[in-house]
Write a protein that binds this ligand. Structure first.
Ligand code: ATP
Ligand code: MG
Length: 749
């Protein structure tokens, strides 16, 4: 028998409820997921075979945790439990029903890149390839249709979607949307198949039910028409995927859809200290039309919410890193700490801050900045400007953005290059192209134009800095335009990322320019002589990539607020709490122009999700100045910060209209305004990458000192030969080992 002693009365009622639809509707941290896990255990202990229980949630991480916790309660009895994400469940059903849906058994699941390639192929076949954005647009339409969002597509789009689907099937493949849609359509079409699956799953449980979309809901309805053994748990205040088609009405109308449903409310929060819970509730209380809920805790009030007001996002990153380092010294394991942000582009500066403070971190879900496809494309161009012989880079971008150079053409080009022993770039030369008999006139012209584009870029960028080169690449190749012309949050994020790359290049230029004065040509001074800013930039990126590859569990987790759903940490920091960042500018704009407040409400729910992840310490931060998408902006503090009662905040929120910040280009920050919280009085370290400190105190470069180099990052001086700016230091860098460097090329940290 499963021990139910560690459940409160309501939780126990939900766990023991049998024979009828059950909804657990409750606030954050009240034990909803715990109810699911214990309910599974209790069912199995009561004789229900584990394999006939289906439990679904939204992320692999959440599913993994659920499985683990059920396993801990049940031991070997947990064998065969079906706990997974909605998509994985759909895939599993499809694998077992391949014939009925017209696939063969080893079908592939196409990821985003594959899908895009296919969409382009379809457009090409349909003679609609001209528009660079069309591929993405088609995929967005496919997604909308397959997740049951919005109006049915118009005739032309519907025809393209049909062709796309046909091409998918021809490749024996499905896309993400199919994983749910195909089972639903199959069940609707073939009652006898549905009947088998209904018998297969005697009990169905769903966590995070507020985020189900129409198709997921239909799947549940089909599997559990009367809801006899359906248990769903969720929190309408945590519905954060409306923009992807989640319908919060699924949870709010559950009782209408399943008459006679039992509704259990959980009101005690076990997760967070009092002040954190109070702050979260104060914020969410500002949303209208909420399902009435109360949450209380008998935990102590705990620390107040740390408010960090930084001069800019670099200082923000430094101070968050310093705070986490301090918490770590005070005994909190790194794995129990997290930093959340609203948009991925914020992660780069935060990563820098953590790296500099030597706080190990891991990016949860979502790739590190330089691994994103659009950034990789841009970097591939930049690398080609330096080294046109890099064939992999040519292959990566020869048709990115799409310029109608198809695979067959690339194949012919490669064959010719191989036969003549040339690199691809050389095979693109005019003489070689005309000597390449495999090519038709059209392809030859397009390849020549591509080579011309590269040559123009090379000529422009030969003497420029990294920022100019990056800008030329983004604008002249059409990389930026390609996404700027698309609709939707994903395209917007790509644009933001590309702009962020420009900013990174500009900063690298400043670092490189402080290291210009080439030292005397002697060994050891070689890196100090580095004066090619683009090369320095690319090297920085490459070394960054190396450092990213370490893995391990004892790390601070960095993730978007969306990815944080369902998780909990002892210590949480939320960066970028400013108007225009969080709430996102899109939500504010829609509020202002369309009087549609729903997006803003969704942002507020996201804030509630973020706050309620924290058990013991929550730190929220904003910066006066942030250059997130290129140009520095001065965003007022987030309205969500104002919604937190002042007495819960440790720190003073600056007035929204104050502008006590230096203008761009100024080096010092007037700190008189800064009455804010300082990470448990941990001294804030201010780093100014836009204006590196002039080399000073020689002593800082003596043996044992920590120094920073523009390319190799932070290292320790292990030996010094001579004195003053020309002293030759041996510096040990974690990334590249020992390097001999002239003293003036490093700065003390
Ligand atoms: P969220 O809304 O964030 O998904 P939740 O409602 O699913 O939260 P859980 O994650 O199940 O909440 O529980 C929050 C924390 O409280 C967990 O650490 C859990 O172990 C603990 N907890 C829940 N119920 C109890 C209880 N009855 N006694 C002790 N601890 C509990
Ligand atoms: Mg939960």
């Amino acid at each position: 028998m499963v021990n139910l002693d560690d459940l409160n009365a309501e939780q126990r009622a939900a766990v023991l409820h049998r024979g009828g639809p059950l909804l657990v509707l409750a606030g954050a941290g009240s034990g909803k997921t715990r109810v699911i896990v214990h309910r599974i255990a209790s069912l199995v202990a009561g004789g229900v075979p584990a394999w006939s229980i289906l439990a679904m949630t939204f992320t692999n991480k959440a599913a993994g945790e659920m499985r683990e916790r059920a396993g801990a309660l049940l031991g070997p009895l947990a064998e065969g439990l079906w706990v997974s994400t909605f998509h994985a469940t759909g895939a599993a059903i499809l694998r077992r029903e391949v014939e009925a849906v017209g696939l063969s058994p080893r079908f592939s699941i196409y990821d985003d890149t594959d899908q895009l390639g296919l969409a382009r192929h379809v457009l090409r076949e349909a003679g609609r390839e001209g528009d660079a954005a069309a591929g993405r647009d088609l995929l967005a339409a496919v997604d909308r249709k397959k997740s049951g969002m919005g109006e049915p597509p118009d005739g032309g789009t519907a025809m393209l979607i049909e062709r796309y689907d046909r091409a998918l099937r021809a490749a024996n493949a499905v896309d993400f949307g199919d994983l749910l849609l195909l089972p639903v359509e199959l069940f609707a079409r073939r009652p006898e198949v549905l009947e088998r699956w209904r018998r297969r799953f005697s009990h169905v449980l769903v966590d995070e039910f507020q985020d189900t979309n129409r198709i997921q809901y239909r799947l549940l309805k089909l599997l559990c028409p009367d809801g006899m053994d359906l248990c769903v748990v969720g929190d309408d205040d945590q519905s954060i995927y409306g923009w992807r088609g989640a319908e919060v009405s699924n949870i709010l109308d559950f009782e209408k859809d399943y008459p006679g449903a039992t509704v259990v409310k959980l009101e005690r929060n076990y997760r967070s200290d009092g002040n954190i819970l109070a702050a979260a509730q104060a914020v969410i209380a500002q949303n209208p039309h909420r399902h009435d809920k109360t949450l209380w805790t008998d935990r102590p009030a705990g620390a107040r919410i740390g408010l960090l007001v930084a001069g800019d996002d670099y200082e923000e990153a430094d101070r968050i890193a310093a705070f986490l380092a301090e918490r770590h010294r005070a005994g909190t394991p790194l794995g129990e700490m997290a930093v959340f942000y609203r948009i991925n582009a914020q992660s780069r500066v935060l990563e820098d801050g953590l790296r500099l403070a030597r706080v190990p971190y891991v990016i949860v879900r979502g790739r590190s900045f330089y691994e994103r496809a659009e950034i990789k494309d841009a970097v591939a161009y930049l690398r080609l400007l330096i080294n046109p012989r890099s064939d992999a880079d040519v292959l990566r971008i020869i048709n990115s953005p799409p310029r109608k150079i198809g695979e067959a053409t690339v194949e012919r080009l490669s064959r010719h290059a191989a036969a003549r022993g040339l690199c691809l770039y050389d095979a693109l030369a005019e003489g070689e192209l005309s000597a390449n008999a495999d090519l038709d006139g059209g392809s030859r012209g397009r390849l020549a134009a591509f080579r011309q584009l590269l040559d123009d870029l090379i000529a422009t960028c030969a003497h420029g800095n990294a920022r100019e080169a990056a800008e030329a690449v983004l604008t002249r190749t059409g990389l930026l335009d390609r996404y700027a012309r698309q609709e939707g949050p994903e395209a917007q994020e790509r644009v933001e990322n590309l702009r962020e790359l420009l900013r990174a290049a500009a900063e690298s230029d400043v670092r490189a320019s402080t290291a210009v004065a080439p030292g005397p040509a002697e060994p050891g001074a070689d890196l100090g002589e580095e004066s090619d800013p683009l090369l320095s930039f690319l090297e920085e990126i490459a070394l960054l990539g190396d450092a990213d590859q370490e893995t391990g569990r004892d790390r601070v987790s960095l993730m978007t607020l969306h990815a944080a759903k369902g998780l909990e940490f002892d210590v949480v920091a939320i960066a970028g709490m400013e108007e225009g960042v969080f709430p996102h500018s899109r939500a504010i704009a829609s509020h202002a122009f369309y009087a549609g407040e729903e997006e803003l409400h969704e942002e507020r729910r996201l804030c509630y999700v973020g706050f309620t992840r924290a058990r013991r310490r929550l730190v929220v931060s904003c910066a006066f100045r942030r250059a997130l998408f290129g140009d520095p902006k001065m965003n007022p503090p987030s309205r969500f910060l104002r919604e937190v009662p002042a007495e819960l905040l440790d720190g003073i929120l600056p007035a929204a209209e104050r502008r006590a910040v230096p203008m761009a280009g100024e080096r010092t920050i007037d700190r008189s305004y800064d009455q804010s919280w300082r990470g448990d009085r941990f001294p804030a370290r201010v780093r100014r990458p836009a204006a590196p400190p002039a080399p000073r105190a020689e002593t800082a470069r003596a043996t044992g000192a920590t120094v920073r180099h523009a390319v190799f990052g932070v290292g320790k001086v292990v030996a010094a030969d001579g004195e003053g700016p020309d002293a030759k230091l041996t510096v040990r860098f974690p990334s590249v080992g020992d390097k001999r460097i002239v003293a003036r090329f490093v700065t003390p940290v």
